[in-house]
Design a protein around this ligand. Structure first.
Ligand code: SAM
Length: 223
C-alpha cells in the first residue's frame, strides 16, 4: 500500500513517535501501533510544517484547521476498536491522515469534510498513498451519512456542543463512536457504544478540537 518505512527519511522519527508518544502513554493495540508506524504522516502535512510531522502536538492545515496530535489519533482509533472490514465513518477529513490510518487497518472508510478545498486535499493525499478503501465526501458530516449507514465505528474529529442523536442512530448495534463533546475551548473525548440499542457513554480524556460546524454542531457565526 505504501512505501517501505526504510525508504523514507522520516521513518526513524515515525518509529520514535510510535514508541514514545503512543506506546509509552498506554496505547497498546498492536494494529493501531503498526498502522501509525507505516502511514507516512509527513505526506499529509503542508510543506511549511513537514519537518514537524512527528511532533507531539497538532499542526496547522489550510483554512485555519488542524491535524490532530498523533496521540489523539491513536487514542481515538484504539477506543473505536476498529477491525478489518469494519465500515467506519470519520467526520472531519482534514488532510486525510486519520482516514489513512483507518484504511491501513483494513477498514472501509467514509470520511466527510465541510470544506471542499480540504476534501480535495484529502482525496489527493489518499490517492497518492493508493488507499482505495476510502471515500471522501464533501458536506456537513454533523448529520452523518445515512445512505451508507450503519457504521461499526464513527470517529468525530471536531468538537460538538452536545451529544448528536443523528450520528448515534447511524451506529450499528455494538458500534462505537468516539467524539469530543463540550464548549469550544475545552472538551472531553467520549466513547459512546450502542448496546441493545441504548447509549453507553464513557468519558475519556480532556481535549481541544476545532469546532464541528453544521446543523448538529456549532453555528458558523459563534463557534
Ligand atoms: N482528521 C483530520 C486529519 O487527519 O487531518 C483532521 C480533522 S480537523 C481536527 C477537523 C476537520 O473537521 C476540519 O478539517 C474541519 O473543516 C472539519 N469539519 C468541521 N465541521 C465539519 C462538518 N460539519 N462536517 C464535516 N467536516 C467538518
Amino acid at each position: 500500500m505504501v512505501a517501505s518505512p526504510n525508504s523514507n527519511p522520516l521513518a526513524l522519527e515515525r518509529a520514535h513517535m510510535v514508541e514514545e508518544q503512543l506506546r509509552r502513554r498506554g496505547i497498546s493495540d498492536e494494529r493501531v501501533l503498526l498502522a501509525m508506524g507505516v502511514v507516512p504522516r509527513e505526506e499529509f502535512i503542508v510543506e511549511r510544517y513537514r519537518d514537524q510531522a512527528y511532533a507531539d502536538h497538532p499542526l496547522p492545515i489550510p483554512l485555519g484547521q488542524t491535524v490532530s496530535q498523533p496521540f489523539i489519533v491513536g487514542r481515538m482509533i484504539e477506543a473505536a476498536a476498529v477491525k478489518p472490514g469494519n465500515r467506519v465513518l470519520e467526520v472531519g477529513a482534514g488532510t486525510g491522515y486519520e482516514a489513512a490510518v483507518l484504511a491501513e487497518m483494513g477498514a472501509r472508510v467514509f470520511t466527510m469534510e465541510r470544506h471542499a478545498e480540504l476534501a480535495a486535499l484529502a482525496r489527493i493525499n489518499l490517492e497518492q498513498m493508493q488507499y482505495a478503501n476510502v471515500s471522501v465526501i464533501t458536506g456537513d458530516g454533523s448529520e452523518g451519512l445515512p445512505a451508507e449507514a450503519p457504521f461499526d465505528a464513527i470517529l468525530v474529529a471536531a468538537a460538538v456542543p452536545d451529544f448528536p442523536p443523528a450520528l448515534f442512530e447511524q451506529l450499528a448495534e455494538g458500534g462505537r463512536m468516539v467524539i469530543p463533546i463540550g464548549p469550544p475551548d475545552l472538551q472531553a473525548l467520549h466513547l459512546v457504544r450502542k448496546v441493545n440499542g441504548q447509549t453507553v457513554m464513557q468519558r475519556m480524556d480532556d481535549c481541544r478540537f476545532v469546532p464541528l460546524i453544521g446543523k448538529q454542531g456549532y453555528s458558523p457565526a459563534k463557534p
